[in-house]
Design a protein around this ligand. Structure first.
Ligand SMILES: NC(=O)c1ccc[n+]([C@@H]2O[C@H](COP(=O)([O-])OP(=O)(O)OC[C@H]3O[C@@H](n4cnc5c(N)ncnc54)[C@H](OP(=O)(O)O)[C@@H]3O)[C@@H](O)[C@H]2O)c1
Length: 311
């Protein structure tokens, strides 16, 4: 797995490992096995949140397990650790107010057993708190050395852009990474997402990110394993001809559908209209995870990229 140096100074592997269900529905043993396999393949970019996975437990499980794993393996300095603040836990605590950001950052540091977070995301926008308050709270964490760089997730593009314009004016730290739902297959535009900002990335957002040279960390990028079993495709996604093109090419190349979807995402920046995409996915199963990560090392010709992109 190759590394990419981003213009915010972080050097990350091409794949980001999602730890959302680690310690709740994914057992400690399975989580450790996937984490170890990821590092053995050259992975260094791990994603969690202050509320993972509260719907399956308390919301402390993922960060706590990661903190234990980092301590057990003694590898904190080798990992680019991303966590988040802003979503609720059991229906309470959502928001990006100063006291929420300060409280949850300290909680994340405590659970993760570290004194700094490499990448701290606003997990979702908070339209009820002045943006200036959120920005100043984040800035103070950066100044104290608790956080290295910032990202925004589940933001409308115009709000993300407004944050960065204000950050420029005030000399504050901007959002240098966007994390949003994205994959090779597209979502239906006639169905609203479960949550207002929880939508798939569309073309305009891709062009914005390309223009500003902001990488897209693509969450849920393997769509619950649907590339291996299309009957798992949620009803708000479109399979159809685009899926057939991918599946046929995967067969010809002798690779799995998931690996080819990952390869397309890793290479998307070669196509006009796409930013650098970093696929973020997870698994409880080392064999699945290793096969999916193999996509990062697949070579795709310009012709193959064009066929896949235009399908
Ligand atoms: N910012 C946000 O709001 C947000 C929202 C959601 C998620 N995320 C992040 O994104 C990460 C990934 O999200 P996700 O878990 O929703 O999506 P995902 O990684 O695309 O899907 C994970 C599911 O796919 C299955 N899978 C993967 N490869 C498979 C294979 N080869 N064959 C069969 N099944 C396979 C896994 O099952 P097995 O365990 O059996 O492999 C697992 O159930 C999370 O951990 C989190 O860090 C962020």
């Amino acid at each position: 797995m190759e590394y990419i140096t981003l213009n915010n100074g972080l050097t990350v592997s091409q794949i980001c490992l999602g730890a959302m269900m680690f310690g709740s529905t994914v057992s400690r043993e399975d989580a450790y096995a996937v984490l170890d396999a990821y590092v053995a393949m050259g992975g260094n970019f791990i994603d969690t949140s202050n509320n993972y996975a509260h719907w399956a437990g308390t919301g402390d499980e993922s960060e706590t397990l990661l903190g234990e794993w980092l301590r057990d393996r003694g590898c904190r300095d080798k990992i680019v650790l991303a966590t988040k603040v802003g979503f609720d836990r059991h229906g309470v605590g959502a928001g990006l107010k100063k006291e929420q950001i300060e409280y949850w950052c300290d909680e994340s540091l405590r659970k993760l057993g570290t004194d700094y977070i490499d990448l701290y995301y606003a997990h979702t926008d908070d339209m009820d708190t002045p943006m200036e308050e959120t920005m100043e709270a984040f800035e103070s964490l950066v100044k104290k050395g608790k956080v290295r760089v910032l990202g925004g997730s589940n933001y409308d593009t115009w709000r993300f852009s407004e944050f960065n314009s204000m950050a420029k004016e005030k000399g504050c730290t901007p959002y240098t990474i966007m994390q949003q739902r994205f994959s090779y297959l597209n979502c239906r535009l006639d169905m609203k997402p479960n949550y207002i900002f929880n939508e798939n990335v569309g073309r305009e957002r891709l062009r914005y990110l390309e223009n500003k040279d902001i990488p897209l960390v693509a969450y849920s990028s393997l769509i619950r394993g649907a590339y291996e079993d299309i009957s798992r495709l949620p009803e708000n996604y479109i399979g159809g001809a685009r899926f057939e093109v991918l599946a046929n090419m995967a067969k010809e190349k002798g690779v799995t559908n998931s690996a080819l979807a990952v390869a397309w995402m890793c290479n998307a920046h070669r196509m006009k209209g796409f930013p650098r995409v970093i696929p973020l996915f997870s698994s409880s199963n080392v064999a699945h995870f290793t096969a999916n990560c193999a996509g990062a090392d697949l070579v795709l010709t310009d012709e193959e990229m064009t066929i896949l992109t235009n399908a």
